[in-house]
Design a protein around this ligand. Structure first.
Ligand code: FES
Length: 195
């Protein structure tokens, strides 16, 4: 079994699924050991270890005072406060943010609650890489190049693209919204036909 696959980690800690694994990892000292298996190249640097560990498992006890990633900013470059965002957000409507060092514009996903999802959408079309734009009137991301469309979670609803929009990780902590330029270990979006 591939040592870097999620299933290898599940087996390592004696669970069968992601939910049990996350519960286990949230408070466990073995987390750093398991992370060593998952990311052996980072095991020599405590700072890099914490960055990786706390991006994937922000509730882990080792991450209490660690904020991974970069501060999410609004279109004027002001830091976004989680409580203010939740007060103004509409569930189902993605929100543009900046903050990653490459100056990319990404989209926070707002779930019912409202809650800020633990992932954001990178608006890069999976057909040939054009930048897609959010169209509130259509409730979808639309690619200007060949017309691919994606729903508000970035899942394909109309080709030629075949794959969902890529994701980055979001950590909400200490009233901050942090952007981590790393895809989640597992795509958390349900398949469209599974809803
Ligand atoms: S690049 Fe987006 S549809 Fe072709």
């Amino acid at each position: 079994m591939d040592k870097h696959s999620p299933h290898y980690l599940y087996k390592l800690v004696g669970t069968n699924n992601r939910r049990d694994f996350l519960k286990y990892m949230a408070g466990s000292a073995i987390a750093s050991v398991a992370m060593g298996y998952l990311f052996p190249q980072t095991s020599h640097s405590r700072e890099v270890d914490l960055e990786t560990l706390c991006s994937l498992y922000p509730e882990n006890s080792s991450c209490q005072n660690y904020l991974p990633g970069f501060t999410a900013q609004d279109d004027k470059g002001h830091p976004i406060r989680a409580d203010a965002l939740k007060d103004s957000a509409t569930p189902g409507t993605p929100i543009q943010v900046k903050g990653l060092p490459d100056n990319s514009v990404d989209y926070l996903v707002i779930n019912t609650g409202p809650e800020i999802a633990q992932y954001a959408i990178k608006p890069i079309c999976t057909h040939l890489g054009c930048t897609v734009k959010w169209h509130p009137d259509n409730n979808s991301f639309i690619c200007p190049c060949h017309g691919s469309q994606y729903d508000n979670l970035g899942r394909v609803v109309h080709g030629p693209a075949k794959r969902s929009l890529p994701l980055i990780t979001v950590v909400v902590k200490q009233n901050q919204v942090r952007l981590v330029n790393q895809k989640p270990a597992i795509d958390p979006r349900p398949a469209i036909n599974a809803q």
